[in-house]
Design a protein around this ligand. Sequence first.
Ligand SMILES: NC(=O)c1ccc[n+]([C@@H]2O[C@H](COP(=O)([O-])OP(=O)(O)OC[C@H]3O[C@@H](n4cnc5c(N)ncnc54)[C@H](OP(=O)(O)O)[C@@H]3O)[C@@H](O)[C@H]2O)c1
Length: 212
Amino acid sequence: MKINIVGTGNMGRAIAARALTGGHAVCLIHPDADRGRAAADELNQQFPDGETESATAVQAADITVLALPYDAALEVAGSARAALSGQVAVDICNPVDFSTMDSRVTPADTSAAEQIQQTVGPDVNVVKAFNTTFAGLLTTGEGHGLPLDVLIAGDDSAAKARVAELVSSSAMRPLDVGPLRRARELEAMGFLHISLQQPLELNWQSAIKILP
Ligand SMILES: NC(=O)c1ccc[n+]([C@@H]2O[C@H](COP(=O)([O-])OP(=O)(O)OC[C@H]3O[C@@H](n4cnc5c(N)ncnc54)[C@H](OP(=O)(O)O)[C@@H]3O)[C@@H](O)[C@H]2O)c1
């Protein structure tokens, strides 16, 4: 598959590394062409057999991952709506109020993922994924000797299957947790996981794993 990744920060690079491990072509998107190219060059050095390019705007692709802060994800969803048409857009954000670290910024009766779905409209299938995995572990795809669980919510089965294929081909375990409104619980889970880092001295090395 061809995977667009908007944002070249910690998560953008980690998801790109996973996608390349899974044999997918990656396009890193950053509004500053030099920044995008530099990130792509790094990945091409790290994965010489992989295929990483860069661009300044969303391209045609199977999946576009919005590896962006909440506000920017909403903004890009709006401005790239036409380019995203027919694609699966993956929202990975944790809309935490980082000024207080005491709540989320989304109203209780919705989620960032649902807001993004509303913004892009019905021609784009939004899937929530990767918000419960931290970038450090995601780079390798495993934690504590186990493949990471990637919890996936969305309303369209084919769109979720596409994201699940990205996850499983990258040696992690996809878990379908239900419709897009389950993103409310995933975002609450992400917030809780973040809030536990300091008190439990987890140093961002913890993972959420569903064990049968
Ligand atoms: N870090 C984690 O472990 C983790 C885990 C789960 C979920 N998440 C979520 O993943 C998302 C990204 O987190 P991160 O840690 O990767 O953040 P980050 O390292 O700060 O990277 C954010 C990226 O977004 C870019 N960006 C910001 N505004 C933009 C805009 N308007 N248009 C295009 N690009 C823009 C930034 O570019 P500049 O550098 O130029 O600003 C940067 O490349 C967040 O929503 C976070 O809640 C993070």
